[in-house]
Write a protein of this length. Structure first.
Length: 466
């Protein structure tokens, strides 16, 4: 078949080919074992919500509430992953619609952007296979920008706000939208009306969430956990990007972002609105992804929509934008030293070996959860000193106290609160993860006086009260 016919076949069938590629990349996520810590926290808090516990006041994590409501709606790990899998197809559809809006009458640019997004959004490289908050918030920021371009400003603000209620850094997408509108609007009065509509839309879900927790007498706990506590949480990380001090690093990044904004302001008349939008969107989301200096690759998922749209400019005869975006992405990766997950072994293992079932049977967290299910009642609480929150969900047991992982007790200085809970309501069983080496001497002194080791699964020692 001549090359021209192959090209025609591709252009006529590219949506089906992209769908098959995304299916190939995302299918393993439905069969993976439950070992990722963030998902364990979400499902544990979702379990707590279903049993009537109040977020932040009675069970703790440091994100806004929507991710836990999703986990409460999908109460088991297979259902949670299935929901994320189905949601990813909606996200792909939203991206396609936005790409058509950004590149009208430029089919090749739309195709390039969609393939870039489908791949980057799905690969373990950026933890696209894991149902994290970033995976969900993207599905709201994409239609938010689409509504922005359609001049449906209240709806755009509403969706940006809902995205922020998945994770606070989504507010930077909203800031990018505000700056974009400010640069392209020509009339001051129109700009005021647009800003008003955007801010009213953005404020509405936030105010609803504030009113809900106020009505439950939990507003201070909500504000502290979901918003205020994120500042000390960010500064608690020590890594290559923060070794000189996080404030200094943030100041340097802020100055770079400000310089970019100045350049875009002075050249705004020469740049197409689509170029301005994608440039601002990528710059603000990259700033948000690097905010903490932590090397978790899923932080970079927030940049993927704008980065993928930048690839479309390769085919619209404006290569400078994707080159700059790609350079900034690579430099950021090298500076932070983000963790890297191997892609080829991941897919080879699934499609040729399928070790998931054997892995589950042998993994310590599954073994510990099964052991506790057999020896405790559904109403009993357990405690884990370590970072294996998936055990709570696998065992269908709630944690004793507000914290689900040791690093939250450490980062948020919850030592005294945790020890008080243990001393006043000692559980029959608790788990010590021997991989957690950070000190908590008061806990171990109390533990040795009141508990005996009963069984061990890998690094997980299950202890029984005397």
């Amino acid at each position: 078949m001549p090359l021209k016919k192959y090209k025609q076949l591709f252009f006529n069938n590219w949506p089906s080919l992209l769908a098959l590629l995304v299916l190939f990349l995302r299918l393993p996520a439905l069969f993976e074992p439950f070992t990722y810590g963030d998902e364990g926290i979400y499902l544990t808090l979702g379990q707590a919500i279903r049993q009537g516990l109040l977020l932040y006041q009675e069970i703790h994590d440091n994100k806004p509430p929507l991710i836990y409501l999703i986990a409460a709606f999908a109460p088991t790990f297979p259902l949670y992953r299935l929901l994320a899998f189905l949601y990813s197809w909606l996200v792909l559809l939203f991206f396609y619609q936005l790409a058509r809006q950004i590149f009208p009458q430029q089919k090749k640019a739309v195709i390039a952007s969609c393939f870039a997004f489908g791949i980057l959004y799905s690969l373990p490289f950026l933890e696209g296979n894991i149902a994290n908050a970033e995976n969900f918030l993207i599905g709201l920021t994409l239609p938010a920008f689409w509504f922005l371009l359609k001049q449906k400003f209240f709806l755009a603000g509403l969706l940006f706000s809902l995205a922020t209620l998945f994770k606070v850094p989504a507010a930077f997408d909203f800031i990018a939208a505000i700056v974009f509108i400010s640069l392209v609007s020509k009339k001051l009065y129109s700009l005021f009306i647009i800003h008003y509509s955007l801010f009213i839309g953005f404020a509405t879900p936030l105010l609803v969430s504030l009113f809900f927790f106020w009505s439950k007498n939990a507003l201070p706990a909500y504000l502290a956990a979901a918003f205020a506590q994120n500042l000390p949480y960010l500064s608690s990380w020590i890594g290559p990007a923060t070794s000189t001090g996080l404030p200094l690093v943030l100041l340097a990044r802020g100055l770079l972002l400000f310089l970019l904004l100045l350049l875009l302001f002075f050249f705004r008349q020469r740049l197409a609105p689509s170029t301005l939008l994608v440039s601002l969107w990528f710059a603000f989301t990259l700033f948000a992804a690097l905010l903490s200096g932590r090397p978790y690759p899923h932080y970079l998922l927030q940049t993927v929509p704008a980065l993928s749209l930048a690839f479309g400019f390769f085919l619209s005869k404006k290569p400078f934008l994707p080159l700059l975006a790609l350079l900034a992405f690579i430099l950021s990766w090298g500076t932070i030293r983000f963790w890297y997950y191997l892609n080829l072994p991941y897919y080879f293992n699934f499609y040729f070996h399928r070790f998931a079932t054997q892995y589950q049977a042998a993994h310590p967290s599954y073994q510990a959860a099964a052991y506790l299910r057999q020896r405790t009642t559904s109403k009993e609480k357990i405690f884990i000193w370590g970072n294996q929150p998936q055990i709570y969900s696998l065992a269908h047991r709630l944690p004793l106290g507000r914290y689900t992982v040791a690093y939250h007790i450490i980062d948020f200085n919850g030592y005294r609160e945790t020890l008080d809970q243990l001393q006043s309501h000692p559980p029959r069983y608790l788990i010590v993860d021997q991989n957690e080496k950070r000190p908590f001497p008061e806990f171990f002194f109390w533990l040795n006086q009141n508990y005996s080791p009963e069984v061990q699964f890998g690094p997980l020692a299950i202890c029984h009260r005397h």
